[in-house]
Design a protein around this ligand. Structure first.
Ligand SMILES: NC(=O)c1ccc[n+]([C@@H]2O[C@H](COP(=O)([O-])OP(=O)(O)OC[C@H]3O[C@@H](n4cnc5c(N)ncnc54)[C@H](OP(=O)(O)O)[C@@H]3O)[C@@H](O)[C@H]2O)c1
Length: 274
């Protein structure tokens, strides 16, 4: 597995983590939790893998907390969740709830979800970081229209992480945000690495090009993820899945070296041609 450093501290995290939107929003005591346990067993095999949740994702915070406790994996993961509400008191209450649901006393990363009331929550989180309740602060969005605002926020230099959408069909972050994150030593988590399945729909019925197989890419998921990681500003990606074999596929992409820059351009050209 390839690891990359969080720029501000040099702490290493695997380039592939796990998103929990929809896939971890499952009911208590249902058999839908069983495959998620297998997913968690795979992600803990490489120390410090990011698991990204949010109170916006229904029961995800609770399901992460319950299953990680049940499996005894707490010390091996890097926990990221979010605050997604207006108001200082409301933000504090929701974040306290996430601490309880995930069952952590210290959160590795607390992110302000979709920029909601970010000035207010940043004040709270700076104070919590000083007290050691959160280790890193982040800010997120998932749409190209937010790039300009994310850029302004990043320039305030208050954030350790930015989470943004970036993929073969959502490349807008390359123009300014990714270079800015590099310049300011901000870690980048990529959400929607498959554009929420739109990339799979785009290549449906197509075989992998021979030049991709020749560089060790064995599936479409690996093709899409290798493109993302080949950008040097990217610290990690968080594809969501509820299927252990899909997670294994996503992780297998990084058992061999990254693709070369010319393969990256081949990927862009090939996708544009279909
Ligand atoms: N504003 C924000 O902060 C924000 C916004 C969006 C997303 N996020 C975060 O980013 C995460 C990822 O984004 P996303 O969930 O929207 O979409 P995504 O990761 O781009 O796509 C998820 C879809 O890909 C499928 N998939 C995963 N691995 C696969 C594989 N190897 N082969 C085939 N299909 C595969 C999953 O289906 P299966 O379950 O069947 O595998 C699922 O339908 C979220 O879960 C969330 O944690 C944050």
């Amino acid at each position: 597995m390839i690891f990359r450093p969080i720029p501000k501290t040099n702490e290493l995290i695997p380039v592939v983590g796990l998103g929990t939107y929809k896939n971890f929003d499952v009911a208590t005591h249902t058999k839908s939790r069983e495959p998620l346990k297998e997913v968690l067993k795979i992600i803990h095999q490489h120390n410090n893998a990011v698991i990204d949740s949010s109170p916006m994702y229904g029961s995800s915070d609770s399901v992460v907390g319950d299953l990680v406790s049940e499996l005894g994996l707490r010390k091996l993961l890097f926990f990221a969740t979010k605050v997604w509400i207006q108001g200082k008191a409301q933000g504090i209450a929701r974040m306290e709830q996430s601490f309880q649901r995930i069952k952590n006393e210290i959160m590795d990363l607390m992110q302000i979800h979709n920029l909601v009331d970010w000035q207010t929550h940043t004040q709270t989180l700076q104070a919590w970081k000083e007290k050691g309740r959160v280790r890193y602060l982040g800010i997120t969005h998932y749409q190209k229209d937010a790039c300009a605002q994310l850029e302004t926020v990043l320039k305030t230099k208050q954030f350790d992480f930015i989470q943004l959408n970036y993929s073969l069909i959502e490349q807008e972050a390359e123009e300014r945000l990714l270079p800015l994150a590099q310049e300011l030593a901000v870690a980048v988590i990529v959400n929607r690495p498959f554009a929420q399945s739109a990339l799979f729909s785009k290549v449906r019925g197509q075989s992998l090009p021979a030049w991709a197989s020749a560089v060790g890419i064995d599936s479409w998921a690996q093709f899409f993820l290798q493109f993302i990681v080949s950008h040097p500003a990217v610290t990690c990606m968080i594809p969501a899945t509820q299927h252990p074999h899909h997670l294994q596929d996503n992780w297998d992409a990084f058992q061999h070296p990254n693709i070369e820059p010319h393969t990256r351009q081949q990927m862009i050209d090939w996708l544009a041609s279909i």
